[in-house]
Each structure stands twice: as C-alpha cells, then as structure tokens.
Design a protein around this ligand. Sequence first.
Ligand SMILES: Cc1cc2nc3c(=O)[nH]c(=O)nc-3n(C[C@H](O)[C@H](O)[C@H](O)COP(=O)(O)O)c2cc1C
Length: 299
Amino acid sequence: MRSITPGEIETKDLHQFILGAVAPRPIAFVSTIDDKGVANIAPYSFFNAFSSNPPVLVFSSNRRVADNTTKDTLHNIELNQELVVNVVNYSIVRQMALASISYPSDVSEFSKSGLTPLASETVQPPRIKESPAHFECKVSEIITLGEHGGAGHLIICKVLKLHVDEAVLDGDRINPHKIDLVGRMGRAHYVRASGDNIFDIYQSVVKLALGFDELPPHLTNSTVLTGNDLAQIAGLYEFPTDALIQELLMSNDVQEVLIRVEAPDDTMLEGLHKLAKKALDEGNPEKAFGLAMLYEAIG
Ligand SMILES: Cc1cc2nc3c(=O)[nH]c(=O)nc-3n(C[C@H](O)[C@H](O)[C@H](O)COP(=O)(O)O)c2cc1C
C-alpha cells in the first residue's frame, strides 16, 4: 500500500488520489441565477443525498487549486440561496462537460452548452429541460472548509420540489437502465450506470445472516471460492438441511467428484468447491452451501 499524509504532497496530486479513490461520484448539474437574472449551470461531483426526511442534498464548490478563486455557483447561492440540482445522464454528458468551462459570469452556460432552460415552480433558477430529474432547492447552510486552493464550501440544500421524467419511471420507481445516469471518476474518466454495468444484491439489512465467522475453515480457506462467493453463503440464514445434503450426495455431479477419491482430501474439497461455485453462478447459494458442507458429511 502507498501511504499518503495530506500536507506532504501537493494539493493537485492529493486531489487526484481523492478523485480516483472516491468514485464513481454522482454529478449535480447545478442551476443558479445572478442578480442580473443571468442563469448559470455547472457540474459538481462532490455531491450526494444525505437525508430523505427532510430531503437534503449536499455538494461542494471548491476554491480553484490553481489560483484560489471561488466559483459563480457559490457566488449566486450566497446572493439568493436558490438552486436546482439536475441529474446527468448519458445523453447530456458532453453538453455537461461544455458547461463546466469557466466562462465569464455574464455568460450563461445554457447558451454555450445548447441545453434548454425550463421554468422552476418554487425557485428562480431554471431547471435543465434535457435532464431526467430536477431537485428545486433552498440552501439552508454553507459550511466553509478552508481558505486555501482546493478548500470546499459544503452547500447544504433542502429539497422543495422534485421532478422526474415519466419516461424513466416504472410505476413509482426509477428504472436505472432508463435513467442511464453517469458518474465521475478520476482524471477524465466517467462511468455509465446502465446495461451490464448494473447488478443486483438482495441482502436484507435487518434479517441476521450467518456471517463468515459461522462458516467452517474448510470453506473460508477455499482456494476456489472468492470473498464474493463466500459472502453469498455467509449471507444465508441457516445451515443446509440433512435432506438437502442427502439429495446432493446422490447427484451425478457429486458422485463424479467422490468416485475419484477414497477419503476426504484436498482434491475432493476442490471438486466440491468447483461445484459450489457453479451453483453460485446459477444463482443458488443454498445449493452451493450444501455442496461445500458435503465435505463434513462424508468425513
Ligand atoms: C463532472 C465534473 C464534476 C465537477 N465537480 C466539481 C466539484 O465537485 N466541485 C467543484 O468545485 N468543481 C467541480 N467541477 C468543476 C466546475 O464544474 C467548474 O469549475 C465550473 O467552471 C464551475 O462553474 P461556475 O463558476 O459557473 O460555478 C466539476 C467539473 C466536472 C466536469
């Protein structure tokens, strides 16, 4: 491991380690308005949602590392405490990149990026029509994190109204493939959150699963099963039943493994773990656990 102490490397390099490791980050495409009515839009990936009741979003507008200047988004919010957080999906990602350019404050990035302003209902700054979800917000607090280049200003935003494009909804839920969001990573890297990039984990956060410490060492020390494989077994709630063990013992796959060995040994263990891995790949952790536990049943 490379260990880094903040302050002992240049801020620009520390910044890149943070961006590379704290990733992917969602992107707040923030609309604000100045005192002359000029609308400003800019992307902010030091961003997340932190509360649902009350609904609160937070993003950070940082002092530029190069010259310690602050940004128009922050100036506008200090003036009127109003903004819209628009989300960024794949279809507007390049227009978002255009809007991140530091145009003078009297230039609206709406014109530069070709995106369309859409009137908000509760705040002055317009929404971005092409974005599939908009959060109209009032700023409740700005927390200044430092005075030097790279220092953030945490902008704590209370959500007044949320708009979601019907086209990305399945009933009352957002379909991730339809909304097709993008995330920011380090350097010039982005990630697209749809298609094969999305996978599901069904693990209850309230039901108490067995956990790794309940699994026998012949399983946790496996040379075949990975941490992710074992976690699917450790995520079960009970050990395999005798009936399952007996059923598996009679199966052709298991008999093939057993026929090649005389007593429980590493070859048999490896053979059973390979079958367990196959069961996991087929989405059957109960069967995988049963196969792995045959080692004890036979021994
Ligand atoms: C994807 C993306 C994410 C960004 N995230 C941040 C961020 O979290 N904080 C920040 O200060 N600047 C961030 N920037 C840079 C600002 O968008 C950029 O400085 C912009 O010019 C600020 O515009 P403004 O002065 O109109 O607010 C990001 C840029 C991009 C392209």
